[in-house]
Design a protein around this ligand. Structure first.
Ligand code: GDP
Ligand code: MG
Length: 213
C-alpha cells in the first residue's frame, strides 16, 4: 500500500495515478486543488458544460434533479490543478446543503442560456446569495451565456451579458457545450482570478494552500 502524497488516499504499491485525485505518483509539479460550483436556473446547461469539460462529450439528456461532483485534473501553465466541480441542481434552495457549498466554493460559474432572458434575471439573487455566504467580499466568479449555438432562438444579446458582467465585476463568456466553445476557458478564468489575487501561479517557494508532490 502506498499513500498519495497529495490527498493521502491509500493506493496499491507502485501505483501510477492516484485513484482518488488522479495525480501522478512521481509528479514533481506544484499541485493545487480548487473547489468550483456551477450555478444557474434549470435547463441552462450546467450539467452539459460540466460534463463537456470533464468528459469531453456532449450530454443531450441529463436528469435535471441530479446534483453531482466531478473531478478533473488539468495542467494549467505548468501547474497541476485538481478541480473539484459541483454541478448543482437548484433543488436545494435555502437548504443547509446550499449554504455549505456556497461557503466552501472557491470559484462560481453563473450560467444562463442566451435563449432565456429569465435565466439571466435569475442570476442576480444567486450572486447576492454567494456574497452573503462569504466572509470576504472577493469571490472568483464568471458569467456564462450558454447555448450560443442557438442563434435563432437568442433572447439575450451579447452586449447585455457583457454589461451585466461589468456591473457584477467579473469576466463574461458566451459558450456552447454542444459545440465545445469556450468551455475550458470558463474554468481557466476562475483559476486566473484566484492566481491574480495571490500574485501569480503558485511556485515551489510561494505555495500558498498548494502542495508539492
Ligand atoms: P441544467 O439543468 O442547467 O443542468 O441543464 P442541462 O445541462 O441538463 O441541459 C438542458 C438541455 O439543454 C439539455 O437538453 C442539453 O442537451 C441542452 N443544452 C445544454 N447546453 C447546450 C448548448 O450549449 N447548446 C444546445 N443547443 N443545447 C444545450
Ligand atoms: Mg443539471
Amino acid at each position: 500500500m502506498s499513500r498519495c502524497p497529495k490527498c493521502k488516499y491509500k493506493n496499491s504499491e507502485n501505483y501510477k495515478f492516484c485513484s482518488n485525485c488522479g495525480v501522478k505518483n512521481d509528479d514533481t509539479r506544484v499541485s493545487c486543488t480548487y473547489h468550483f460550483v456551477v450555478m444557474g436556473s434549470g435547463g441552462v446547461g450546467k450539467s452539459a458544460i460540466t460534463i463537456r469539460f470533464v468528459n469531453r462529450h456532449f450530454e443531450a439528456k441529463y436528469d435535471p434533479t441530479i446534483e453531482d461532483r466531478y473531478q478533473k485534473v488539468i495542467d494549467y501553465q505548468g501547474v497541476l490543478c485538481v478541480l473539484e466541480i459541483l454541478d448543482t441542481a437548484g433543488q436545494e434552495t435555502f437548504s443547509a446543503m446550499r449554504e455549505l457549498y456556497m461557503k466552501n466554493g472557491e470559484g462560481f460559474v453563473l450560467v444562463y442560456s442566451i435563449t432565456s432572458q429569465r435565466s439571466l434575471d435569475d442570476l442576480e439573487p444567486i450572486r447576492d446569495g454567494i456574497y452573503r455566504h462569504k466572509a470576504n467580499s472577493y469571490v472568483p466568479m464568471v458569467l456564462v451565456g450558454n447555448k450560443c449555438d442557438l442563434e435563432k432562438k437568442r433572447e439575450v444579446n451579447t452586449k447585455k451579458g457583457k454589461e451585466l458582467a461589468k456591473y457584477f465585476g467579473f469576466p463574461f463568456l458566451e459558450s456552447s457545450a454542444k459545440f465545445d466553445l469556450n468551455i475550458t476557458e470558463i474554468f481557466s478564468s476562475l483559476i486566473d482570478q484566484i492566481w491574480s489575487r495571490s500574485g501569480g501561479p503558485p511556485t515551489e517557494k510561494k505555495k500558498g494552500r498548494c502542495s508539492i508532490l
